[in-house]
Write a protein that binds this ligand. Sequence first.
Ligand code: ADP
Ligand code: MG
Length: 259
Amino acid sequence: MARIVAVVNQKGGVGKTTTTVNLAACLGELGQRVLVVDSDPQSNATTGLGIDKRKLRATLYEVLLDQAAASETRLTTASNGVDILPATVELTGADLELVDAPRREYRLRDALRTVRDEYDLVLIDCPPSLGLLTLNALVAADGVLIPIQCEFYALEGYSQLLKTVLRVRASFNHSLAIDGVLLTMYDGRTANSAQVASEVRRYFAHLVFDTVIARNVRLAEAPSHGQAISTYDSNSKGALNYRQLAEEVVRRAGEERVG
Ligand code: ADP
Ligand code: MG
């Protein structure tokens, strides 16, 4: 059964979507089956994986509102082994419409129950907030992956995120783990990046992935071509970094099973 991982950080622009899309594609290259859940109304993961949003009949919005099944809503993507539960801006409404719904925190967890068996990993791309969509992701997840941008104030707001994770663990999902912290947009030319990286490593210790994602313009270009970095520019630094991350994720999962 797939491990469900929420890619979460309530800050925008830290690399959640870039990590979701490219980690998924690189795991697909390794022969894994991955389901990406686009739980951000900005729906950049949907676009980034080459889905034409105008042609969608159903999306995560209908799935959360019990108007469509996940198994019928997911789509295959151009990336081998990667499926997606797509989103559109319509998902903005879900936060409000679910407020009075029964089991409102469990909607995503319930919806994924029927499809998770078919995958090795489910990656949920979260919106830049700690609202009901992120709450649903944390309740559905076995673990969280937290991207942290290598810039000043990188850890600002982190205590709020941690509080939310602890609250979900206490109330809804006792086994929610922190699977890893990922340093993103690392710029080797600035002392600043190195400083933030070492601060994050001091703070989170073994939770930080060995792999560091460097700043690489090809990663920013790929989404507008509807492609993951592994096919858009297979030899770029960004592709190498995300391949390395995929290998580390697989290795860590193996170690946990043994240990
Ligand atoms: P989030 O999903 O957390 O809001 P994104 O993944 O959308 O963040 O990244 C924010 C912006 O930074 C996007 O324009 C993206 O293309 C760009 N970006 C992300 N990671 C990198 C990177 N390693 N190098 C260069 N640009 C990046
Ligand atoms: Mg995003």
